[in-house]
Design a protein around this ligand. Structure first.
Ligand code: HEC
Ligand code: HEC
Length: 265
């Protein structure tokens, strides 16, 4: 009896996938051990800082460092501070393993572990959930709110979930909406992009910018509540939220590096 031809390649693929998973788990284990014996004493087991050292897990500044930056800081330390150099204690490979573990503490690389379906997430984003009326992702969508193309690369699944379910927490009061009545009586509604004592710049829902001189305006009606709908928790199921998180994570992974750098905030 001859075996079907696909059995062997399939078995090999399974072994390769399993090996990759095991190697990844070993890397995380090694990273955890190295981190705990070299860094946790000052930065805390979770990286959120302690008496002797700053938060390196949730700090926006540290999250934006590249892997190379992290490795360099570990190797050289920070002169004039208590951050020691590990050049003589750890190898360059060990530094890299720690840097990858730090990334996990920061919440990166977890989006593939969210149970959602990125394709369904895309359909929701551009369809029923209406996200694309305000946000861009992967080059399509609206202008009113931030482009979310790289958001999934710099935020953990939990942070994305909170941003969707509880927008008042992430709301930025500087990005308030306004309806401006010009001297000729025409009204313009949009997001305030720039403002000083004399002028006001508004970006309308069509993406166009309008610049006004304040003394010429009849009225500025501000709306300080955020535009981001607050009712997604009741309009979308938990599974649909997972789908959106997976979609945003996948979009970010496919972003060219420079685009990710540019939209970091
Ligand atoms: C003896 C305490 C101590 C140990 C051990 C230590 N650090 Fe630090 N680390 C600090 C201090 C203090 C700073 C802040 C330095 C400064 O003033 O800029 C710092 C800064 C950093 C920064 C930059 C933070 C920023 O805001 O730019 C990173 C990244 C970092 N440490 C990672 C690590 C890693 C990874 C390890 C383990 C390999 C480690 N540290 C071990 C004390 C320590
Ligand atoms: C009516 C416009 C609108 C819609 C629809 C909308 N958002 Fe937003 N969203 C915003 C605005 C405006 C902000 C910025 C919050 C602020 O600063 O007020 C925001 C913030 C966010 C943030 C936090 C990042 C940031 O820029 O502050 C995420 C993530 C996000 N939205 C995801 C979504 C997703 C996913 C959907 C669809 C389920 C969605 N949004 C639908 C307007 C919208």
């Amino acid at each position: 009896m001859s075996r079907p031809a696909w059995t062997v390649p399939l078995a090999m693929t399974c072994v390769a996938a399993l090996t990759a998973t095991l190697l990844k788990a070993q890397d995380t284990q090694a990273g955890q051990t190295l981190y705990q014996s070299n860094c946790a004493g000052c930065h805390g087991l979770d990286g959120r800082g302690g008496e002797h050292a700053p938060d390196i897990a949730t700090s926006a500044k540290v999250r934006q460092l590249t892997a190379e930056d992290l490795i360099r800081i570990i190797r050289n330390g920070i002169s004039g501070s208590a951050m020691p150099s590990f050049a003589t204690r750890l190898s360059q490979d060990q530094n890299a393993v720690i840097a990858r573990y730090l990334r996990r503490l920061q919440g990166f690389g977890q989006i593939p572990a969210v149970a959602g379906d990125p394709e369904r997430g895309r359909d929701l984003f551009f369809g029923k959930a209406g996200c694309s009326e305000c946000h861009m992702a992967a080059g399509a969508g609206g202008f009113l709110a931030h482009d979310l193309s790289s958001y999934g690369g710099t935020h953990s699944p939990q942070e994305i979930r909170e941003a969707i379910l509880d927008p008042s927490r992430t709301a930025d009061p500087r990005r308030s909406m306004a309806t401006v009545t010009a001297g000729d009586g025409r009204e313009y509604t949009g997001v305030i992009r720039n403002e000083d004592n004399w002028s006001l710049q508004v970006q309308g829902t069509d993406g166009a910018f309008y610049l006004f001189q304040k003394p010429e305006l009849v009225k500025i009606a501000r709306d300080t509540s955020t535009l981001m709908p607050a009712d997604y928790g009741s309009k979308l199921s938990p599974r649909e939220i997972d789908d959106l998180i997976r979609f945003l994570g996948g979009v970010a992974e496919n972003q060219p590096k420079s685009a990710t750098e540019n939209s970091k905030r």
